[in-house]
Each structure stands twice: as structure tokens, then as C-alpha cells.
Design a protein around this ligand. Sequence first.
Ligand SMILES: Nc1ncnc2c1ncn2[C@@H]1O[C@H](COP(=O)(O)OP(=O)(O)O)[C@@H](O)[C@H]1O
Ligand SMILES: [Mg+2]
Length: 321
Amino acid sequence: MDKSAKFQNRHFVVVRRFNKPAGGDMGNLNDGLFLVKCRDDGRYYIEKRLMPRDIMNGHALYEYQALKHVIKHPNILSVVACDLDKRRAYGSIWMEYCSLGALDMVIARYRERRAYIPEPFIWSVFGAISVALCYLYTGVDVELEVGNRQTIPPVRGSSSWDKVYHRDIKPGNIFLTEYSTSGEVYPKPILGDFGCAALQSDINRGRRGIAASRFSPAFEPPENRSGTGAYKATSDIYQLGLVIHCMARNLVVPDQNARGDRPVGGPYTSELNYLVRKCIDYDYSRRPHPSELPHLIDVASQRADSQIRRSLAPLPRWALP
Ligand SMILES: Nc1ncnc2c1ncn2[C@@H]1O[C@H](COP(=O)(O)OP(=O)(O)O)[C@@H](O)[C@H]1O
Ligand SMILES: [Mg+2]
């Protein structure tokens, strides 16, 4: 059956269907991704068609609502529209298009070439996603707090902010796009795929338990494996630490044996090794909190800069689509 007619939204025209990108995880949780053009502003967006079962069980609507809650952050994927028909079990979400794909593809390209991802790019992803997580937990955009300071400060969140747990941070869910301003060397990292996310208020009401989550097992935090559903503020930090470990070691999934004291390995600075080790500590209470991680990364990356004497060259052409 041709379902495309059902999905026509008068604001968007389908340009093409996305095929599974080389090395990309392409998510197994959606029913197709399409590049679409908006009739109103002439810009490109992505349409994500949702699985019928997710529409029926409320998962799909949740993803949209979680994204809507956090819509205003430069490192978080913005969502522009949603159409769900629960009765007929079809629906789509329309969102910002990240033209440079996802981080898992960059890792795959470096892996093919047996090359190391440059440390400054790793810090830029680490920093950007930490800023996104800080926002999800505190409601504060730390970049706006910098002012005249030399470094990003730790922040204090407001108690009224409804925290968002992403719960599925992995390379395939970190997207890359071009900065709208010139002068940036690397692509801009954007946290996407809120299909496993949970709002604190819903967890408190028992509406969004761990059972509702479909973690990628390789990135699952140890506290979650206890079966108690004890997802913590630092559980997302653990997953971010594993992403950085995968970038540094060109891995699709974390290598349990290569973590140890030097989770990112020899070619990288001790500052990067130290901070990633803190993030992937088995004890969730010893990991940095999302409200302080951007600060810690800023300080450590400035220190690392002096060691690696940053020569900032753009990523090679073969590393990106
Ligand atoms: N807005 C987007 N811009 C660019 N690529 C995207 C976008 N959304 C998804 N993708 C690509 O599709 C893949 C799967 O999308 P995702 O939202 O993670 O779906 P799923 O819930 O099925 O995992 C991503 O890893 C990425 O390669
Ligand atoms: Mg995904």
C-alpha cells in the first residue's frame, strides 16, 4: 500500500527519502526519514515518519512533546511540526535538517581510514553536548552566562524547571550541521532523537518509567541495569562519556576492556582522558553533574590546548557526507 498520500502535509513537499547512510545507525525506531522543503519559507527540513505501534502507545507524541519542551537551545534539535492520527496509526514529526548527518558516520569514516579524530573536534562535541545536557537539567543556557568571564561558569538551575532525561545518547543521535555564522572550524553538534526521553514530572507520576525506554544496551548506564529504574541526572553524562570514548577509539559501541584509566587512549591529552574517566565512573554519584560539566570541560580544554598547540584545520572532506 502506498502510504505517502496519507502523510501529505500542506506545508511540506517531499524532496527525497533518506537511505541508510554509510555507517549510520539510521535508527530502528522510525518508519522512514524524508528530506522535505517547506512551501512557506523555502527551507529544508526532515520528516520522521513514526512507527504505528509508537503512535498507538503514545511514544511518538511523547517524543514530540519532550522536544517541544526544550525547543529553544542551539545544540538541541528543533522540531517544527507534528501530525499524529492515533486512530489510523500514522504520523510524522518535522524537524530541523542537520545537513552533515550524525556522528556515527564520522566515526565510521575515520575508522575506515585508520585515522584519529582530531582532539579539538572531540572537545567541541564534548562541550556542545554538555551544554545541551546542562540545559536539559537546569533550563539554563550556560553560553549566555559567560558574559565577561574567561570560562563558562557552573550554573544553578531553577527548582521549577521540569528536567529532561534524554536516555539515549550515542553517536547516532548526535547530529551535525553547519553554523549559520562563519568563522567556526568544525560542524555544529546537535543533540537529537528524543524518542527515549523522559520529563521529571512524568517519572514522578509513574508515567514514564524505565520500561518505556528502549536504550541501546551498549550505552546503558550501570545504575539502570539494577532493574530499579534508577535513572539519575548523571546517567546521561555516563552516555556522553562513552560517546567521547567511541570517537577517540573509532568504535561503534564502547569497548569494555579499553576503558580503564585512559578511556580515550594514548594519542589524546591526559585532560581528556581524566574528564572522560570521571564521566564514565561506575558510581553515578562520582560523575560530574550536568550543571558543572560545561565548566569542567571549558577549563580542561583550555589546559589541553596549550599541550596540543591547536592547529585548527577543518575536518577532511572524506569525513563528512
Ligand atoms: N534532523 C535530522 N537531520 C539529519 N539527519 C537526521 C535527522 N534526523 C535523523 N537523521 C538521521 O537518521 C538517523 C535516525 O534518526 P533518529 O531520529 O535517531 O531516529 P530513531 O528514533 O529511529 O533512532 C540519525 O542517526 C541520522 O543519521
Ligand atoms: Mg536514533
